[in-house]
Design a protein around this ligand. Structure first.
Ligand code: NAD
Length: 245
């Protein structure tokens, strides 16, 4: 069992982020989950309460640097500095490169990659002071395999993995670990709109012949935040049903 800490999970309204928030709470941490709207933050509050987890939902757009500073300040005042950070918020704007619009490229890079730089930078100061920290970045199997129609998303996630290794080297001497989890295809809103034909061909590429569940990603992410994972840093843990062995 790990010592109870304050944990921040971005994009915790649903899917993988929600499952991670619940699992961190189950392990005894105080959990701050972020949402992009007041309504989403209230839903996180209710979900945490329903699972008897101490913490709160807060509104945060991870593309807004000022908002990150402000939310971090509020967390420190209300709960103490987060020493566990899970950079989970992410979006897709799929298109073949030939048709990709600049805004589709920019939004995905900003939300999925630059946000990780921003939020990590704000949170890492207290971690280095505490001589303890756990940063887990939610990447994707697409970072390794590539995927037609997702050059923006794959570039962001591959960038995130390089960022993870570099920051791991910078912070190791302060006992702060930085790792990534790379999910395969997981049953969430992000994959719910896959056309039936695409879904079938996808299942053929997964040795375990099914999509993963958000809880299966949460288990991997929470392991990396735990005290017993203290000797693992700069690593990407692949959780993909065998898609990429
Ligand atoms: P989801 O769409 O269900 O949830 C995404 C979360 O990110 C939501 O809470 C949303 O509000 C939040 N978010 C989006 N833009 C934001 C912004 N600007 N600021 C703050 N929050 C924002 O998706 P999911 O499937 O749960 O994905 C979670 C993470 O896992 C993402 O980083 C995604 O890239 C990654 N991932 C998902 C899959 C999958 O198959 N579902 C596979 C690999 C990686």
């Amino acid at each position: 069992m790990s010592e109870a800490r304050v944990a921040l999970v971005t994009g915790a309204t649903r899917g993988i982020g929600q499952a991670i928030a619940r699992e961190l709470g189950r392990q005894g941490h105080t959990v701050i989950g972020t949402a992009t709207s007041e309504d989403g933050a209230r839903r996180i509050d209710n979900d945490l309460a329903a699972h008897s987890i101490t913490g709160a939902g807060m509104v945060l757009n991870v593309t807004d640097s000022d908002a990150i500073e402000q939310v971090h300040k509020e967390i420190v005042e209300r709960f103490g500095a987060p020493l566990v950070l899970v950079n989970n918020a992410g979006i897709t704007r799929d298109n073949l490169l030939m048709r990709m619009k600049d805004n589709e490229w920019d939004e995905v890079l900003d939300t999925n990659l630059t946000s990780v730089y921003r939020v990590s930078k704000v949170c890492m100061k207290a971690m280095t002071r505490a001589r303890f920290g756990r940063i887990v970045n939610i990447s994707s199997v697409v970072a390794t395999l590539g995927n037609a129609g997702q050059s923006n998303y794959a570039a962001a996630k591959a960038g995130m993995e390089g960022f993870t290794r570099s920051l791991a080297r910078e912070l190791a001497s302060r006992n702060v670990t930085v790792n990534a989890v790379a999910p395969g295809f997981i049953a969430t809103d992000m994959t719910s709109e896959l056309p039936e034909k695409h879904r079938e061909s996808l299942l053929n590429q997964i040795p375990l012949s099914r999509l993963g569940q958000p809880e299966e990603i949460a288990a991997a992410a929470c392991f990396l935040t735990s005290d017993v994972a203290g000797y693992i840093t700069g690593e990407t843990l692949h959780v993909n049903g065998g898609m990429n062995m």
